[in-house]
Design a protein around this ligand. Structure first.
Ligand SMILES: [Zn+2]
Length: 493
């Protein structure tokens, strides 16, 4: 035995030990991730779907939270009866699973928001309010939404009062009953009284809390005097309601604060100056709300970043048989915006937005589905076009611009995200800086689309037509259309 062989033996031993340590640390990490996955209630294994499904990163480590945002949602068209297990459109039944199969695979991550634009009732005896469009959904529909991953609901909009105060009470009761089944979700907006409506609702996620408040328009006013206290929601257009909702949410100090706002002119892709002042300056800059989730206009609007905070000025429709097919309104208005906000941890329980994904969807009036990449790219360009209108150095606001992921969604990464691990690092690491990521993906720049034109739907360019005006109907045609259609109709004919 000489020195050489001893050295060789020692070397071999060292190599074996290093390999052993490496394997055991990898498997420890794997176990840790797996146990995290098991212990985290909010963790959802992605539903395996055919070809359309993008390859989302599966593991969200504890230092990030992802929140999905979707717009107007319901299962019943105008005046339709409720049927357990089915969405209803023009008298036809569609199983819930058929309506949601195109987007169910998107619902991975920690939290998912939808604006529940409907009354929730399990029978058909409620008296409708005297308005043109009334919507209701069976509580099993909300159960289905929760089953596929939604756990943040807004119940403040212009349809919660469609079946009068009795409908509001039923909605409140059904949402409470669903929570008593042990379902972890929150519903903000409707309250038993004014104070309840103004109080932020809390959802605990990982090591922090998400707080959701919601404010809207239309019937179901929680301010009506009288005894017993009147159930309803707070109104966006009332200065005192808006101030109260914002102040109560702003007073929360230990979590991420989200305000859902149902507001604005239908069909209008640009928020009004007044709305920008309310949301950007009052809610975000003065009161420090972390995330504004805007909806109601039926069309997507731009996204702005104010410091670390985000404003979605409009998500558009998500899934609602009471809405018309937006497909005829041209590329600026024919899609729904599903977004995913990725939060990174900046303190023991503090999080801030590090990246945003936008996923254009189509078919929102029946069963929403992803767009082909070539089509999605055009809509990401539309969003990039909206961004320039939201830039304002004076107000610390920057319109968010997106790059295109080969799977057809837009990705915007904020400073620092490239150094993060997990989902954020996956999105914003090498791929965002121009090289190829671990999945072989590369993000490509998308040119902003030029002006989307005009006010409201009247400025919409119709596919295949050169006119910028909506079709004109005679009085008689309007009457027949009114009788025959249950579509939500923004023109008011
Ligand atoms: Zn609405």
């Amino acid at each position: 035995m000489n020195v050489m062989s001893t050295v060789l033996v020692l070397l071999c031993l060292a190599v074996l030990m290093v390999a052993g340590v490496a394997t055991s640390s990898t498997s420890r990490a794997d176990n840790q991730i797996a146990s995290q996955a098991r212990s985290s209630k909010s963790f959802t294994w992605p539903v395996v779907q055919p070809s359309l499904q993008p390859e989302w990163p599966v593991i969200y480590p504890d230092d990030s939270i992802s929140i999905l945002l979707a717009g107007d949602t319901g299962f019943g068209g105008h005046g339709q009866p409720v049927r357990e297990g089915f969405g209803m459109r023009q008298g036809g039944k569609i199983p819930y699973a058929d309506m949601t199969k195109g987007i169910a695979g998107l619902l991975t991550g920690d939290a998912a928001f939808a604006n529940l634009e409907t009354v929730v009732s399990d029978h058909n005896r409620l008296r409708p309010a005297g308005k043109r469009f009334v919507f209701r959904t069976h509580p099993s529909g909300v159960r289905h939404l929760h089953d596929i991953g939604f756990n943040l609901f807004s119940t403040s909009n212009n349809h919660v009062g469609d079946y009068r105060t009795a409908g509001i009470r039923e909605t409140l009761n059904h949402m409470d009953a669903l929570q008593r089944e042990g379902r972890a979700f929150v519903a903000a907006g409707l309250g038993r009284d004014r104070d309840d409506a103004a109080t932020p609702k809390k959802l605990s996620i990982k090591n922090t809390s998400l707080y959701l408040s919601a404010i809207g328009i239309g019937g179901g006013n929680a301010n009506r005097r009288g005894r017993p206290p009147h159930p309803g929601h707070l109104r966006y257009r009332s200065a005192s309601d808006f101030a109260d909702a914002v102040a109560k949410l702003s007073a929360v100090k230990d979590g991420y604060r989200m305000l859902s706002v149902h507001y604005g002119e239908e069909g209008q892709v640009y928020p009004s100056d007044r709305d920008v002042v309310q949301l950007r300056d009052k809610a975000v800059r003065e009161a420090g709300i972390d995330l504004i989730i805007g909806h109601h206009a039926h069309v997507p609007r731009g996204i702005a970043r104010v410091g670390d905070k985000l404003i979605f000025y409009g998500l558009g429709n998500f899934m609602h048989p009471g809405m018309q097919d937006m497909g005829r309104f041209g590329r600026c208005r024919d899609f729904g915006l599903v977004a995913r906000v990725h939060l990174g941890r900046t303190g023991p329980s503090r999080y801030k937005a590090m990246a945003v994904e936008v996923i254009p969807v189509t078919g929102m009036h029946s069963s929403p589905r992803l767009m082909l990449t070539s089509q999605a790219k055009i809509r990401v360009g539309v969003l990039n076009g909206f961004a320039s209108g939201l830039d304002s150095a004076q107000h610390n606001s920057t319109g968010v611009r997106f790059k295109l992921h080969p799977k057809g969604h837009g990705v915007a990464c904020f400073a620092g995200s490239e150094h993060m691990s997990g989902a954020i690092g996956d999105l914003c690491g090498p791929a965002a800086s121009g090289s190829v990521d671990t999945h072989g993906h590369q993000l490509a720049p998308v040119e902003p689309a030029l002006s989307c034109g005009g006010r409201g739907f009247r400025g919409a360019r119709y596919r295949g037509k050169t006119t910028a005006k909506p079709r004109k109907f005679t009085k008689r045609q309007r009457r027949t259309r009114r009788k025959n259609t249950d579509y939500y109709n923004p023109f008011g004919y």
